[in-house]
Design a protein around this ligand. Structure first.
Ligand SMILES: [Zn+2]
Ligand SMILES: [Zn+2]
Length: 340
C-alpha cells in the first residue's frame, strides 16, 4: 500500500516542472500582451506588429511543447522480448560466456548491430528483452525507449525516437520566443530606469521581469539548442555522446553518422513544408538504423517486419535518403578509419 502511494506521489510531483513552465508562459502572455503591448506601447502600428509576430511564435512553441510531453515513446517490438522459457534458461546459467552464447542464439534473427563490451547482444534485465540498437532502459519511465536521448524532467517524458523532432522544435521555438520578447521589450526595459516614464508602476515591474526572465531562459536554451543541432548533424544521441555504441569494429561515437543531410532527414523528414511544424515526419521504424559500416536501407528491411511499434498516427513517414554516389559510404565528416 505504502510503496504504491509513494509511487503515485512521485508521479504527481514529476509534473511540477511542466506546471512551472506553463505558469511562466501564462504570466509571460499577460506581461507581454496586456502590460506591455496594450498598456505601455503608444504606437498602434507597433502594437499590431508586436502582436502579429508574437502569436504564431507562441502557438508553435506551445504546440511543440505539448507534442514532446504527450507523444508516447516507441515500444520495443514483441519479437525482441524473450519467452518465459528463454528467461528461465538464461537465469539458470551462471557462467557469463554461456549467458552470452544463449543471448547470441536468441538474437540471431534480430536486426542488431550493437553489442556490449563483452560481445553479447544488449539485454534489459528489467524488461526481459534484447535491446534494439540505440534503445536504452529509462529508470524513471521503467521501460526501454527506442533511440533514447535522455529523460527530460521539463517535459516529464523520455526524449527518444518518437518525439525527438518535437523536442528540438520546442527548444528552437522557445529560444525564438525568448529572443523575440527580449528584443521587443528592451526599449521599455530601459525606460524603467528613466524617472519620467509614463508606465504605471505594476506594469513597469512586469516588463522588467519579462526582460530578465526571457534573457535568462534564452541564455540557457541557446547552448542546449546548439548542442542538439551538433548531435543531429553527427547522428548521436546525448547518451551516445557520453558512451559510444559498440559495433563489430569497436566503440564508435559516429557509427550512425550517414552524412549531415541524411542525419537531418532521419530526424526531420524530407518534406520541406513540414520540417518546421511539430508534425511527425521522422524516418524509419526506430528499431534499425543504417550505420556507416552497413549497406542497404534499414528503413526498407525492417519497416514491415519487426519495427513499426509506434502509435498509428506516427507511422506516416515516407522518407527518401539522399543517396550519394560513393556506393554505400555515406559518411562525409571526418575521414578517420573505422577501427578504433
Ligand atoms: Zn528495459
Ligand atoms: Zn524516461
Amino acid at each position: 500500500m505504502a510503496p504504491s502511494f509513494i509511487r503515485q506521489c512521485c508521479q504527481v510531483l514529476r509534473w511540477l516542472p511542466v506546471v512551472f513552465i506553463a505558469a511562466v508562459v501564462v504570466w509571460s502572455y499577460y506581461a507581454y500582451v496586456v502590460q506591455m503591448c496594450i498598456f505601455t506601447v503608444d504606437s498602434v502600428l507597433e502594437k499590431v506588429l508586436y502582436l502579429l509576430f508574437y502569436h504564431p511564435l507562441l502557438i508553435l512553441f506551445n504546440w511543440s511543447y505539448i507534442q514532446t510531453i504527450f507523444t508516447p515513446n516507441g515500444k520495443v517490438p514483441k519479437n525482441f522480448y524473450l519467452s518465459q522459457q528463454e528467461v528461465e534458461a538464461l537465469d539458470a546459467e551462471l557462467r557469463e560466456d554461456n549467458q552470452r552464447a544463449l543471448l547470441t542464439h536468441y538474437a540471431k534473427n534480430l536486426p542488431i548491430q550493437c553489442k556490449t563490451i563483452s560481445g553479447a547482444p544488449r539485454y534489459c534485465e528489467k524488461c526481459k528483452c534484447i535491446k534494439p540498437d540505440r534503445c536504452h532502459h529509462c529508470s524513471v519511465c521503467s521501460v526501454c525507449v527506442l533511440k533514447m536521448d535522455h529523460h527530460c524532467p521539463w517535459v516529464n517524458n523520455c526524449v527518444g525516437f518518437s518525439n525527438y523532432k518535437f523536442f528540438i522544435l520546442f527548444l528552437g521555438y522557445s529560444l525564438l520566443y525568448c529572443l523575440y520578447i527580449a528584443a521587443t521589450s528592451l526599449q521599455y526595459f530601459i525606460e524603467f530606469w528613466t524617472v519620467n516614464s509614463n508606465t504605471p508602476t505594476a506594469g513597469r515591474f512586469h516588463i522588467l521581469f519579462l526582460f530578465f526572465v526571457s534573457v535568462m531562459f534564452g541564455c540557457s536554451l541557446i547552448s542546449l539548442f546548439c548542442y542538439h543541432i551538433f548531435l543531429i548533424l553527427r547522428n548521436r544521441t546525448t547518451l551516445e555522446a557520453f558512451r559510444a555504441p559498440i559495433f563489430q569494429t569497436g566503440p564508435d561515437k559516429d557509427g550512425f553518422n550517414i552524412g549531415k543531410m541524411n542525419n537531418f532527414i532521419q530526424v526531420f523528414g524530407d518534406n520541406k513544408y513540414k520540417v518546421a511544424l511539430p508534425i511527425y515526419t521522422s524516418c524509419g521504424d526506430g528499431v534499425s538504423y543504417r550505420s556507416r559500416t552497413s549497406t542497404g536501407s534499414c528503413y526498407q528491411t525492417m519497416g514491415t517486419s519487426a519495427g513499426l511499434c509506434l502509435p498509428s498516427h506516427l507511422r506516416e513517414s515516407e522518407c527518401t535518403l539522399v543517396i550519394e554516389p560513393n556506393n554505400g559510404d555515406y559518411y562525409d565528416d571526418d575521414p578517420r578509419p573505422l577501427t578504433s
